[in-house]
Design a binder for this molecule. Sequence first.
Ligand code: ATP
Length: 420
Amino acid sequence: MTLIGLDDTDSREQGMCTTYLAARVAEEVRAAGGAVERLVLVRLNPAIEHKTRGNAALCVHTDLAAEKSLTIAREAVEALAATDDPRTNPGIVVAPGDDAPEPVVEFSRRAVREFLTLAEAESHVESVGYRHTGWGNSRGVIGALAAVGAWQAFDDPTYEYISYRESHRRGTPRDIDADSLFAAADWGYPSAWDTVDRGEGAMVCVPHAPGPILHGIRGDDPETVRAVAERIENEPVERGGLFVTNQGTDAHLRDGTIETSEDGRAYRLDGRVSNAPTTRRGGHVFFELGDGDGALACAAFEPTKRFRERVRALRVGDDLTVCGEVSEGTLKLEKFAVRDLVDTERTVPPCPDCGRSMESAGRGQGYRCRDCDTSAPGKVARPVERDLETGWYEVPPCARRHIAKPLVRGGFDAPTHPER
Ligand code: ATP
């Protein structure tokens, strides 16, 4: 087996896409007499700022010899990558042998959650005797090495079937029949997820950027994602490719505490709402979560759409688990679990005779009703109506990060309220 890791081949302006490059490498591998066992699409740390879009890296698993594989990959990068864009820094790592050694696998796991350096990537590449090539500042070697270890690093494989546009159509509006797409999405749900956003009426599987992708169907099994793609009526496609991925898995999240959370990392954190949600300019909703040792701002930004209603429904005292990336001291919510809801509030007691609110009888002297001459020693608990239940709430599909796990996939530790 030879593993061909690839990364950082596209540019925002020129609209290449590393998945497409990997699909083309796979085709060349087959043309050279090699078999392609799988294509791996790994989403690395979403907090990396020099990513073009989704921080994807790719790996082609083949039985072709390492030397020939490197030649094919190099030629593909030279022919297709946006190497003249100074922000595009492609990297290739070619690994002979069936299994990546543990340090490489660990490198992949860390690449999803931390910032790694090119020096560290190159030192691994050299110590295990892989071949590598880079262009520009060679930063793509980081992602390419992470892609090599990815198949072993992640234990919850999901799939994406990507259909690519014919080259002469790229940059023009995509010709896709929306009704057939929504019908196909329903047909494939819940095994295929995040195909559309019903609430927003959005075709989530269709990218906005120019690039070669027509649509990408994500889900739990390869047959369903392929079948959904085939049910969509659309312009002729140049080719399709099935990728095994770590998308939709929450692989980026780590358990942490409010006090020790750091910028640039994504967490699962427990706490209690310590400041009520407020909506700021632009429609962004903020509240504060505390846990006795510290407090952290949490935000649901405008693009998270109806999720903000869930966040606005929180009250001081609610116990939560929140998930998301911390950036500039604020956790950008991807999902949260309500663990315990405040269901009563302290209020001035009503008069038992007339039913109206009593008045204060003076400091520390309780409450009374002058008209009826009744009294009460202090405030009483009154039940409050809540628009939330215990369990997990999430952003809608239109706001999902590639790596975030949709609730419909299951395996959560409380009831779920999936968006679709
Ligand atoms: P593409 O479609 O080309 O894959 P992208 O959004 O995935 O676009 P890239 O252009 O690949 O973004 O840019 C990401 C860059 O960040 C790559 O050079 C990659 O090697 C590097 N990188 C990825 N993960 C990490 C990490 N954890 N630490 C440091 N650098 C990283």
